[in-house]
Design a protein around this ligand. Structure first.
Ligand SMILES: O=C(O)CCC(=O)C(=O)O
Length: 313
């Protein structure tokens, strides 16, 4: 039932009549103000996490600017954990590079892509079954990340999305879809993380962001966020208004970027080297009720409790 409804929301975003759109928006607003999010705020209020200085600093920067950058090792100093993630990321990078070679020779590669955003190759895409033996799913609910996501959002969040992306250098000269400036329409209570798995310079398609452009920020009135909003402003008008306000995240491998992407952002327009990263989205239950769909199905939540269980179920 729930999957049906969220698929419906995705379709509505593309082709819906005004009436369908209004229904989806009303469902979202109702769940945000009254139903699902009220309950998740109450749960958060009952068991607010204790953050250490590093986590607290990230939450404060997110509140001020809408983004925060931290070396992975500062938030998660466990070398063993980084070693495991780095090795899995490298496996994905090497396998994807080899499969792209095959594709170029006109042979079958079984690479996972998503319609409308074919320039990104994904490890999981949509509909994958994941359990806690998966290191990336585990990272998405690691309390070092989940607690700060919940503190920033002020509720018990849902882990909506987890994946690894490989973005080869563009074969097109123009930016397409999320390579252009946009706001994510999924939720006003939104936090994403991007963990760079290679060094990212200007030619590797860095992520970019307009600080303070998320709802409540100084620039929230620029083509303001709306559920299912028309979220891609015209490029030339946008450039004139933003004029020098954007931040470009060129950074070494192992950099973790947290960002509220209901603010303006773009990225993945690689021109020189492929970009490889892991990405996570935490949002509110209202989003899953109306505007978004989890990209994975949880295999088995046995042993999970509290906010971690809530995030995955
Ligand atoms: O690939 C990027 O850097 C941008 C991704 C993006 O727009 C998103 O995840 O919402």
């Amino acid at each position: 039932m729930h999957r049906t409804r969220t698929r419906f929301a995705a379709r509505v975003h593309r082709v819906a009549s005004g009436l369908e759109r209004r229904g989806v928006i009303a469902t979202y607003e109702l769940h945000d103000r009254v139903l699902a999010n009220r309950a998740s705020r109450r749960l958060y209020g009952r068991e607010a996490p204790r953050l250490d200085e590093v986590q607290q600093g990230i939450v404060e920067r997110l509140r001020e600017e809408g983004y925060a950058l931290v070396p992975f090792s500062e938030l998660l100093p466990d070398q063993g954990l980084w070693g495991e993630l780095e090795a899995d990321g490298e496996r994905f990078r090497a396998e994807t590079a080899a499969a792209l070679e095959l594709e170029q020779q006109g042979r079958d590669s079984a690479l996972r892509r998503r319609p409308g955003k074919e320039f990104v190759v994904r490890k999981y895409a949509y509909g994958v079954e994941l359990g806690l033996d998966d290191p990336w799913l585990r990272l998405g609910v690691n309390p070092r990340l989940l607690d700060l996501a919940n503190a920033y959002l002020g509720l018990w969040s849902k882990l909506e999305y987890v994946d690894l992306w490989y973005t080869p250098p563009a074969d097109a000269s123009d930016r397409r879809s999320s390579q252009r400036w946009h706001r994510d329409f999924n939720d006003r209570h939104l936090l994403k993380a991007f963990l760079y798995l290679v060094d990212v310079d200007e030619e590797t398609g860095p992520f970019e962001y307009v600080p303070r452009s998320a709802p409540g920020g100084d620039f929230d009135a620029f083509w303001p966020w709306r559920p299912l909003g028309d979220n891609y402003p015209p490029d030339d008008e946008f450039a004139a208004r933003i004029d020098g306000k954007a931040v470009t995240f060129t950074a070494p491998k192992g950099t973790l970027i947290f960002c509220n992407t209901s603010g303006f952002h773009r990225g993945g327009f690689a021109t020189g080297q492929p970009r490889v990263l892991a990405t996570f989205t935490w949002d509110s239950p209202a989003s899953l009720k109306a505007l978004s769909e989890r990209n994975y199905v949880l295999e088995d939540g046995a042993g999970l409790e509290g906010a971690r269980r809530y995030a995955l179920t």
